[in-house]
Design a protein around this ligand. Structure first.
Ligand code: FES
Length: 197
């Protein structure tokens, strides 16, 4: 009789212990979820600028009337908002572009002035028939291709940027045509043009 009572007590203790354990486990899990949810949300919000893909800005560069079809390169600064991971810097100069419009062409080609070798500013002197990089003497024809092909230090020609013409009404009610480009930043040192972001 005494043995049977002891056995019942043990069974009761075991089942109480098991229930208590699962209740505590559930409480711990619920508490963990309650703490982790805002924590994860905070970390995601903090890191979201880093996770965002950089898009290349579309920039109004000039009026088409500023680029006669004489095949001569004209340099224009690229001014746009610059955004790094957490900060936005409005109206920054982020690069330069050459616009070249050949005889009879409706729209110019756009070549970024950043050298594809190591990123120096490629120069152009009016009247010259080549672009020249002052850092390691690479030279480029006026269509952006390398003057001496693979013999140049630069691994590829100057990078071309997409051009778009937009018609707008001017102040005197005439139509003006604006030249817009997509300012893509490319990595240097590669044979292929690879976007930086
Ligand atoms: S950076 Fe232009 S040739 Fe080296």
């Amino acid at each position: 009789m005494k043995e049977a009572k002891t056995a019942r007590t043990e069974i009761k203790t075991v089942s109480w212990n098991r229930r208590t354990f699962f209740e505590m486990l559930a409480a711990v899990v619920a508490g963990g979820v309650a703490i982790a949810t805002p924590l994860v949300a905070g970390v995601v919000t903090f890191l979201s600028p880093l996770l965002k893909k950089n898009t290349s800005p579309k920039v109004r560069v000039a009026l088409l009337s500023q680029i006669p079809d004489d095949g001569m390169p004209r340099s224009f600064p690229i001014v746009a908002d610059h955004v790094d991971a957490w900060t936005k810097y409005p109206e920054q100069r982020i690069g330069s572009v050459y616009l070249v419009r050949n005889k009879g062409e409706a729209e110019p080609i756009a070549l970024t002035a950043k050298c594809p070798h190591a990123g120096c500013f490629i120069g152009y002197k009016p009247g010259d028939d080549l672009f020249r990089c002052p850092c390691h003497t690479s030279a480029f024809k006026l269509d952006g291709s390398r003057e001496r092909g693979d013999a140049e230090v630069a691994p590829r020609g100057m990078d071309r940027l997409p051009v778009e013409l937009r018609s707008v009404a001017s102040a005197d009610d005439n139509e003006a045509v604006e030249v817009w480009i997509e300012f893509i930043d490319f990595q240097t040192g590669h044979k292929e043009a690879i976007r930086t972001a």
